[in-house]
Design a protein around this ligand. Sequence first.
Ligand code: FES
Length: 70
Amino acid sequence: MDLTDKHEVVCFCNYVTVGDIWRAIDQKGLKSTEDVRAETHAAGVCGSCFSQVCTVTADYLASEKQNPSS
Ligand code: FES
């Protein structure tokens, strides 16, 4: 799984892609995996994708901090 590809599906239960998580973080100002889960429903069913959701969220938040664009 390529967690830097926006088309990659992270959560199969709710069909949430990497890009969906990035967009939710940008549009809603999310700060944590829990925020992402509440907003996108990723990792909200079987939970098997939780570590990937954490990784995508943490990596994106870290990259935003290094390159503040807004
Ligand atoms: S694959 Fe994400 S909750 Fe099941």
